[in-house]
Design a binder for this molecule. Structure first.
Ligand SMILES: [Zn+2]
Length: 418
C-alpha cells in the first residue's frame, strides 16, 4: 500500500477510535448533581456537592440523598482559590455540625471498595461558568460538572485503603475560558493562558518520557494522570515562592523554573512512584532522592542543556547536605555498583530493575513503613541481586554494608564551596 494511503487509513482508524471512546464516556456520565440520583451505571452511594463563587468554597455531603453535613473550606492541607481557579484537597473541609467533624472522617469510614462517590458542582456554580476536574476520574468517569469515582475500578493490590486517593488527589474548579486541557502522552496537561510558550514546550517534552518512567519503575496506583502548569499569576498551592508538587497522580508547577523546567517536571512526575505510601523513609532520602535521581538521570539523557543549567544553579549548590542531593547521589553510586556486578555475571541489570521489583510489590503498606535509604541499600538491593545473579545474599549484604558505610561517611560540603 502506498505510504500516503496507509497514513490516511491510520488517520481514519485513529479518528474512529477517538469518536468511539468519546461516545462511551458520554454514555457513562449521565449524572446530575444536587441530591441522590440513579443514573444508568452510576448509582452513587455518596455525593460531595461543591459551590464556588470565586472566593467562597463550600462542600455538602449527601449519603443516599440525605444531607449529612455542610462543610467549610479551611485550607488545612494545601490549596489555592482565585476567581478563575480553585485547587483544593478533600482533607480541608470541616462540617458545620454539632461536633465540627472533618468531612474526611465521613468518607474514611464509609467508602468501601465497591462504593461509588460523585464529586459534583451545584447548579449555581455551573451557572457561573465553572467546571470540575480531578485525577480521581481515572477510577470512574467525569463530565464538566461531576467526577464519579467507582472504587471497584481501583486496583486494591497497589492501595491499602480506598480513601488513600481521597487523601492525596486535589479537585479543581475552574473557568474553561482561561485554561487549556490537552492530552500529552496520555497525561492531562492543564495550563492557563499566561504560561510562556517555551516553558510549556519543556513540560510537554518532559511528559514525553513518561512511558520510559513506567517501564523503569512498574505499576503504581498514582500513575501520572494530571499535570497542572500555571503562570506566576496563580499562587503556589503551598504558598511557596517557587516550587513543584506532587499529590497522588496529580502534579503541580508554576511557570517559574525557566530553563530548568524539564528537570523539575521529571522530578515531580517521578513522585508517582517515590511517594507515600510506598516510601515513608526518613529523612525522605528515598522519596526525594529517588525523584531527584530520576530528574537527573533522564534530563541528562534528554535535556542535557537543562541538566547542566540545573547543576550549575545555586539550588543544588546550597543543598549539598540535604536528602534530595545525598539521596540522589547514593542511588547513582548504587546504580554504578549494580551495573558493574551485573556485567561480571553477564547480565544487564540497573537500579531500575530493583526499583521495579521494590515498588511493583508494594502490596502492603507496612512492608515499607521503615524503608529508608539505608534499608533499601542493605536489604532490598542484596535480596534482589541474590535472586537475579545467583550470588550468595550474605556476600552481597556484606559489600552493600561497605558501600553504605562509604556513602554515609561522605562529609557534607560546606556552603562556601558554591
Ligand atoms: Zn520532590
Amino acid at each position: 500500500m502506498p505510504a500516503g494511503r496507509r497514513s490516511a487509513l491510520w488517520l481514519l482508524m485513529f479518528a474512529l477510535l477517538i469518536a468511539s471512546s468519546l461516545t462511551s464516556v458520554n454514555a457513562l456520565v449521565s449524572y446530575r448533581g444536587g441530591g441522590f440520583m440513579t443514573q444508568g451505571d452510576y448509582e452513587v452511594d455518596k455525593e460531595v456537592v461543591f459551590s464556588y463563587d470565586g472566593s467562597d468554597l463550600v462542600a455538602k455531603l449527601y449519603k443516599h440523598g440525605e444531607l449529612v453535613c455542610t462543610a467549610r473550606y479551611t485550607r488545612r492541607a494545601y490549596g489555592v482559590t482565585t476567581d478563575s481557579l480553585a485547587i483544593f484537597n478533600l482533607n480541608s473541609f470541616i462540617c458545620d455540625d454539632a461536633h465540627s467533624t472533618w468531612l474526611m472522617s465521613y468518607l474514611y469510614w464509609d467508602v468501601k471498595w465497591g462504593s461509588k462517590v460523585a464529586f459534583a458542582l451545584d447548579t449555581d456554580t455551573v451557572a457561573k461558568g465553572y467546571q470540575i476536574l480531578s485525577a480521581l476520574e481515572r477510577f470512574g468517569s467525569s463530565n464538566t460538572t461531576a467526577v464519579i469515582v467507582d472504587y471497584s475500578k481501583a486496583p486494591p493490590a497497589y492501595s491499602i485503603y480506598p480513601f488513600d486517593d481521597f487523601f492525596w488527589e486535589p479537585i479543581l474548579i475552574y473557568r474553561p475560558e482561561n485554561f487549556t486541557v490537552e492530552i500529552v502522552n496520555g497525561i492531562k496537561l492543564f495550563y492557563d493562558d499566561g504560561v510562556r510558550n517555551e516553558t510549556l514546550q519543556y513540560v510537554k517534552e518532559a511528559l514525553g518520557i513518561v512511558n520510559e518512567l513506567k517501564e523503569a519503575y512498574g505499576p503504581t496506583i498514582f500513575e501520572p494522570y494530571l499535570f497542572i502548569f500555571v503562570s506566576m499569576n496563580i499562587p503556589d498551592i503551598y504558598g511557596h515562592e517557587i516550587g513543584g508538587h506532587s499529590m497522588g497522580s496529580t502534579k503541580f508547577m508554576r511557570d517559574g523554573f525557566g530553563n530548568t523546567t524539564a528537570v523539575i517536571a521529571i522530578h515531580e512526575t517521578a513522585h508517582s512512584w517515590f511517594t507515600d505510601p510506598y516510601v515513608k523513609g526518613s529523612p525522605y532520602e528515598l522519596k526525594e532522592g529517588g525523584a531527584e535521581f530520576t530528574g537527573w538521570y533522564f534530563s541528562r539523557k534528554y535535556f542535557p542543556q537543562q541538566f547542566a543549567k540545573y547543576m550549575e544553579g545555586g539550588w543544588v549548590c546550597h543543598n549539598l547536605g540535604d536528602p534530595y542531593f545525598s539521596g540522589a547521589t547514593k542511588i547513582i553510586a548504587q546504580n554504578y555498583y549494580i551495573e558493574k556486578l551485573s556485567q561480571v555475571a553477564g547480565k544487564n541489570l540497573t537500579i531500575f530493575n530493583i526499583f521495579r521489583d521494590y515498588f511493583g510489590n508494594a502490596t502492603f503498606y507496612k512492608v515499607f513503613t521503615d524503608a529508608d535509604m539505608k534499608t533499601f541499600i542493605l536489604e532490598a538491593v542484596p535480596h534482589y541481586l541474590a535472586a537475579d545473579l545467583g550470588v550468595d545474599e550474605g556476600v552481597l549484604k556484606e559489600s552493600a554494608g561497605e558501600i553504605e558505610e562509604i556513602l554515609s561517611s561522605i562529609p557534607q560540603h560546606p556552603r562556601e564551596v558554591c
